[in-house]
Design a protein around this ligand. Structure first.
Ligand code: SF4
Length: 220
């Protein structure tokens, strides 16, 4: 099953028309974006922002985060949820970067090709393709298409991937089919649509602007 790029563009246009102009997220350094993405797992944007702000306030440098007692890091990021799991995960990532780079800085990723950045990031402990794609698109300005939980659900409902496709399969198969110039925009639009209309439980197909482009909605 290969989604047609023209159909993908049609979905992107409809969603953008409904949601208003595309707004890029504030651009962070690659390392900041990597840690924000870890913090964002299983929580809202507002809680992620709060946790990240508290972490930066409590520990002005990544070296301090790395060498702090894990409970103190967990305490700082508690508003983001799952602090007991995220704190050691962040410290493991920082330790691996310091070990490889000699410094806690990933600015040199900007000089690498997309695939090299993805390989580097996914070789870090607990970092998967979605997180790597977030760093690529949000921090480095590359044409990546992160497949988060909303994108994963919508892509399957829209018939762009089989029902049983994993997020990683969607990343590999659907990502490259999305025209490069709309990947960032469509990622953001699908997330908004997934939160407001095509929710996990009881999607509102009756009021959905994609209903005629969606095999799931039109079959209801
Ligand atoms: S028609 Fe229904 S299933 Fe399809 S995208 Fe819209 S809300 Fe989701």
């Amino acid at each position: 099953m290969q989604p047609d790029p023209r159909r993908i563009r049609a979905v992107a246009r409809r969603l953008r028309h409904e949601q208003g102009p595309f707004r890029a997220k504030p651009r962070l350094s690659p390392l900041d974006e990597l840690i924000v993405t870890v913090l964002s797992q299983h929580t809202s944007d507002a809680n992620t922002d709060r946790a990240f702000a508290r972490l930066k306030q409590r520990f002005p440098s990544w070296e301090e985060v790395l060498h702090a007692p894990t409970e103190e890091v967990a305490d700082a990021i508690r508003p983001g949820g799952l602090a007991a799991q995220k704190a050691p995960r962040i410290q493991r990532i920082l330790a691996a970067i310091e070990n490889r780079e000699g410094v806690l800085d990933l600015a040199r990723l900007d000089e690498l090709e997309d695939a090299e950045v993805e390989d580097y990031l996914t070789s870090l402990p607990g970092v998967g393709p979605k997180t790597a794609a977030c760093v690529l698109v949000f921090s480095l300005g590359r044409a990546a298409f992160p497949v988060d939980t909303h994108v994963h659900r919508l892509v399957r409902r829209l018939g762009w991937a089989p029902e049983g496709a994993t997020a990683e399969q969607v990343h590999r198969v659907v990502g490259p089919r999305v025209p490069a110039d709309i990947r960032y925009d469509l990622h953001m639009a699908l997330i908004t649509h997934g939160r407001q209309v095509c929710r996990a439980q009881q999607p509102r197909c009756g009021g959905c602007v994609l209903v005629d482009l969606c095999p799931t909605g039109s079959g209801r």
